[in-house]
Structure formats: C-alpha cells, structure tokens
Design a protein around this ligand. Structure first.
Ligand SMILES: [Fe+2]
Length: 501
C-alpha cells in the first residue's frame, strides 16, 4: 500500500470515544474543507493546525459555520494506521478565531515522523504527516523552499510535485496569497480561476481569501505532507507596504495591517505567541539538531519606507544611507546575537526579498529594485560582514518569481571580493502564470551581474538536501501551470560543500 492509500485507510478507520460536551450537536457537512497543517517543529513537538469551514466561500469569511464555539478532538500517532496513538486531546475552535485550531505539542521523541488528525462533531479530518527535529547532526535534512502562489495565475501543480517528494520541512517565504480583486494584478499572466470579489481590506476579506486559497487540493496536500515554516512578505497585506506605511495610501492602514495579520495567524500553523496584539512576530529560529538552524526574517514589518518613491530605478543616493533599516533595530540585534551565538554547522537565513545586488539595466549604468535589499544597501553590507564570521551561512529567498542562484559578496563589483554565502532564490509556485525562458534577457542579466550563475523564469520550487558534508539544492521547474499535470524537472543543481570553521 502506498502512502496515499495508507492515509486514506487511516482516515476511514478513525474512531474516538464520543466527547461528553458535543453529544447532541452535529455539523451538516464536512467542516474540514480547508485541510490540516503542521508547523514550526522543535525536537519535542510542533504546531498542529486546522480551521473549520463548511463552505470555504461562506459569507464574511466565516465559512458558513454556526456562530458558536466547537470542540475539536485531535490525535497524534506514531504510525500511519493510527495503531499506536501517542497523544490525544481536545481544543476549542472558537467563533472569535474563525474556528481555527492551533495545538502546540511538546515532549515528543526527537527526529521522527508522526501522523495527526482531527474530529469535530462526528466529522473526520484528512490525515497529516509531520515530524520533530532531531537532536544531533547525523540526521540529514530534506527541505523544500516555496513562495508566491497567485491563485488566479495557475494551478498549484508545483505544490503537488513538492509534496510528492516528501520533504522533511517546507520553508515558505512570502506571498502565500495576493490581496487583489479579480484580475487586479498582472492580467497578462492569464487567469485559470478567479479571486473572491474586491481587494482585501477587512478582516472578513482576508479570512475569505485565505479560505479560498486553502480550499485548493494541491495546497492541502503540501501542508499535509510536512511541517511548514511560514513567513509573509507584502501581498498577504498589500503590495510593497513598508512598516506602518501603505504603498497606496490605504485608509486606516494600521487597522488593515492588524486584520491581515490576524487572518494570517488564524490560517497558518504558527505558535500562539507569534500574534502579539497588532504585531505578528514571524522572525524566529528553528533548529535541526546541531546540523542546521533556520533564522527566519521579517523584511517587511519593521522596515523604513522605500527610498526615492520605490520602483526599479537608477540614481537614488538615499538607498545607500547608513541610517536606513530593513530589519529594524530589535530584529537586527536578535539576528546578530543569534548568528554570533549559533553553534550549528549550517545557518540558513530564510527571508523574502533579493539580497544580492541586482542590476536590471542593460549596458552602462545601474537600475536596482528599491523594494529589495538594494534599497537598504548599508544594512546589507553590515549583514554580509556579520555573515562572514558565521558558520556556513546560506540565504534562501522568495519574491522574484524567477529562480536565481547567486554568490553574495562584500563588494559585488569586485570579481576578487570573497564569496560570503550562496543565495538561492526560488521562483514562484504560480505567480505570473506559465512562465517562459527568454535566453537573451537571461544572458544579459548574467552579464550585468557576474555573481549570478542561473536565472529561470518558469514556475517551480527548490528542493534542498543538507548533511554534514554538503548542501545540494535542485531548482525544480514546471513548463506550464495553465493546465494541470505538468511534471517538475530539475533544471539546475547547486552543491555547496561545508567549510571548516
Ligand atoms: Fe510575489
């Protein structure tokens, strides 16, 4: 029996004793239409997540749920057949939390696989697979890197292919959803399905958009396959927002931001402590034994506004100012302390926007994206200096909607400047549609930026394998997403040996 059949069989035979508190209540339909998920593994546990919705597109982002709290039972098993239950319990799916459930577990065995499922008023959830982090350095890590999944632009075949590879962990680096109304962004990419009406502005709008995205079977499959480490970029709220500043002058932006954060928390396998009033704290560290530590950054919430009115442009001296910050003072101290204190062999910085210098202008002169690290060049230089003393740093990036492989250097314009770290940029899962491969444009880009070795404009994700000797990363690429069923191929491979420290 393959894993899928196992999981189906496990779901079919799920029997729990009837809970005392919901004996007379039943839900009219399956409330698990948004799937299940897990996240933020530690050596002793993880977060289990689900959110109940009888109809993902129900009014006000409420999923057509009754206006009462609902008790949900959960089970954790050591085996796919749920023959050996290791934990079980109940959690409240509260109306005020849009019937989301976050269960944080601890005290489990390190470095092993677990299976979980939920039940609500007699209805059973799909089964999810997750795992705890190991404690030592001998267990290798296979992790996928993904970003940017515009729902209208294509089917989520890349999520399905990623799930089929059964990684230990999925790192998600932003633009999980897009805030625009139907065809509100890059209509050129085509449209295979349609966003819920209107641009997201209220808590109800963001809840509804999350539910629409989560109703996708391929996305559900990817969540049910492995724990995710999620972080957001701009579109979970609004294009190119910066700290307290709306890029569009949206009214009551602080309230809109808090609404987007709340909906994000409700729909993600994040720990309860991440939602701190109006702040959503996603910069955090997750260790994979002594082999690797992820340092997840938030390059959006604490940044200064973009220099020179944002955009891709030349001649902006402000972007070089020593005073400008992308991370904010607190996060900078947290990161620098964490990198200095880290004792793991590898240090993986998961973050949203291109860290490399990226000249988009053909020929003489330079045009850079002021929304990316190029707009915060002095802080980038300080970070690269810091990383030069870090054990085996690797930077993992989203946002670009193109695969990139590059070398981060203290001086990008000096061919002899030492390489500080590789930067691996994943293309999008779906944003910008089928994609293409413009060889002339790519060759020009590589010629302008000699520290970049690979660019690919097609959709995909990165599959990385890490052990004590090396990091091996495969850039996985799909030829189309306007139809279902595209295979994923490895179109480029990067191998990084460990440096002795
Ligand atoms: Fe994006």
């Amino acid at each position: 029996m393959d894993r899928r059949s196992f999981l189906a069989a496990a779901a079919a035979t799920f029997v729990l004793p009837a809970p005392a508190t919901s004996s007379s209540r039943t839900l009219a339909r399956d409330p698990f239409t948004l799937g299940v998920a897990s996240g933020d593994p530690s050596a002793g546990g993880f977060v289990l997540w689900t959110r109940l919705a009888l109809d993902p597109l129900g009014a006000n982002g409420r999923g057509a749920m009754p206006s009462r709290d609902i008790e949900v039972q959960w089970q954790l098993a050591a085996d796919e057949r749920f023959g050996k239950i290791v934990r079980s319990g109940t959690a409240e799916a509260r109306w005020k939390d849009a019937h989301s459930v976050h269960v944080e577990l601890d005290g489990l065995e390190p470095g092993r696989e677990y299976f979980y499922r939920f039940r609500a008023e007699g209805r059973l959830s799909p089964v999810g697979r997750t795992r705890t982090a190991p404690t030592g350095s001998t267990q290798p890590l296979a992790f996928a890197v993904a970003a940017c999944a515009h729902y209208e632009h294509g089917f989520y075949t890349a999520y399905r292919r990623l799930a089929e590879q059964e990684p230990d962990l999925v790192l998600f680096l932003g633009d999980y959803l897009y805030e625009y109304g139907p065809s509100g962004y890059s209509a050129l990419a085509g449209r295979v399905r349609t966003h819920t009406p209107g641009k997201c502005a209220t808590l109800a709008d963001y809840r509804l958009r999350h539910a629409q995205y989560k109703s996708d079977a391929d996305l559900q499959r990817a969540h049910a396959t492995a724990p995710w480490l999620v972080s957001f970029d701009d579109h979970e709220l609004e294009n190119n927002w910066a700290g307290p500043v709306s890029s569009t002058g949206a009214p009551a932006f602080a309230h809109r931001r808090a609404s987007a954060f709340r909906a994000y928390y409700e729909n993600m396998p994040l720990r309860r402590a991440s939602l701190q009033g109006a702040v959503l704290r996603v910069n955090r560290r997750v260790s994979w034994g002594t082999l690797a530590r992820f340092h997840l950054l938030d390059t959006r919430q604490f940044r200064d506004d973009q220099a020179c009115l944002d955009g891709v442009r030349a001649g902006c001296d402000e972007r070089l100012s020593e005073r400008r910050t992308l991370l904010g003072g607190d996060q900078w101290r947290w990161l620098s302390d964490g990198l200095r204190a880290s004792t793991t062999q590898w240090n993986l910085l998961g973050q949203q926007i291109l860290m490399m210098q990226r000249d988009y202008k053909r020929g003489p002169g330079r045009e850079v994206n002021l929304d990316a690290w190029d707009g915060y060049a002095a802080e980038r230089a300080r970070l690269l200096e810091l990383m030069s003393t870090t054990s085996n740093p690797v930077v993992l990036t989203g946002d670009a909607h193109m695969h990139h492989s590059a070398s981060l250097k203290l001086d990008f314009d000096d061919p002899d400047s030492p390489v500080i770290a590789p930067e691996l940029v994943t293309s999008s899962i779906a944003s910008d549609g089928d994609g293409y491969r413009d060889k002339v444009w790519i060759e020009e880009g590589l010629a302008e930026n000699p520290h970049i070795s690979y660019i690919d404009q097609r959709r995909g994700y990165i599959m990385a394998r890490l052990n004590a000797a090396e990091l091996s990363a495969e850039f996985r690429t799909l030829e189309y997403i306007s139809r279902k069923g595209a295979p994923a191929k490895t179109t480029h491979r990067v191998t990084v040996p460990t440096k002795a420290t």
